[in-house]
Ligand binder design. Structure first.
Ligand code: ATP
Length: 240
């Protein structure tokens, strides 16, 4: 099914600030994620990416500022927003199928969707296996399955290729690009800049919780630099 193409930004982060005690981890951050585009979200370790993605998902309450999803305050409709941020929250003693079934019931989604997403992420053979025995890559696949349950218009993924084997990385890239062809929006963080550069349309780079660059990949490449070069220039070579 195609997603409705809206002129509104899929996600607007407006003056987002998050402090833990006296430490400011996200500092007046503003950026938008275009509807129907794939946006890569980059920053060094500890730059604040996961905190921002959690705020987008409604899992972290901003100290100041706000996040809008399709122009409205944070939503919990699995058909609009699907999120995968590790840990995926599955009880180690439950099977993958039981975990997804519970999520489907809570989200009001048809039970048949569970088998579909297990197939989609290549976990059909492990559906009855307890999650506690899963490898990192299998946990990532389960997290992706959870996020994809509602075939959401907007997908938010925190380092989704972490732990995936080369076939799975290629599969995920194809899935994200096919979603974009249907008008689906994806915001993903990654440290693997060369892989991300093959997948994304737009980039957002943060450093110490602040925006340092928001651009399209086309504009970036017109400047002559690779994503990796630009990242290292803007973050002082601290590594992705
Ligand atoms: N619940 C919390 N309480 C206190 N500090 C926190 C909390 N969550 C995150 N932080 C701190 O906020 C900063 C940003 O963390 P965050 O996980 O958002 O960074 P990141 O860019 O995702 O890093 P990485 O690339 O290493 O995953 C870090 O210094 C982290 O220690």
């Amino acid at each position: 099914m195609n997603f409705s193409r809206s002129h509104t930004a899929a996600i607007s982060v407006e003056g987002l600030t998050k402090r833990y005690g006296r430490t400011t981890v996200v500092d007046q951050l503003s950026f938008t994620v275009r509807s129907g585009a794939v946006t890569g979200f980059f920053g060094s370790n500890g730059a604040g990416k996961t905190t921002v993605l959690k705020a987008v998902a409604g899992l972290v309450r901003p100290t100041a500022g706000r996040v809008l999803i399709q122009g409205a305050p944070v939503v919990s409709d699995a058909r609009v927003l699907g999120v995968h941020i590790e840990p995926c929250g599955a009880h180690p003693g439950r099977t993958a199928r039981a975990h997804l079934r519970t999520l489907a019931v809570l989200a009001g989604l048809p039970g048949a969707r569970v088998g579909e997403v297990l197939d989609l992420v290549g976990l059909d053979h492990a559906a009855e296996v307890r999650v506690g025995t899963f490898s990192l890559g299998m946990r990532q696949r389960l997290g992706l399955a959870s996020a994809l349950l509602g075939d959401p218009e907007i997908l938010v993924l925190d380092e989704p290729v972490n732990g995936l084997d080369p076939q799975a990385i290629r599969w995920l890239r194809t899935l994200i690009r096919e979603r974009a062809e249907r008008g689906g929006t994806t915001l993903l963080s990654s440290h693997i800049l060369s892989e991300a550069a093959r997948t994304v349309d737009d980039i957002v780079i943060i450093d110490k919780g602040r925006l340092v660059r928001s651009d399209t990949v086309d504009e970036l490449s017109q400047g002559g630099g690779s994503l990796e070069d630009v990242f290292h220039d803007l973050t002082g070579g601290r590594g992705a």
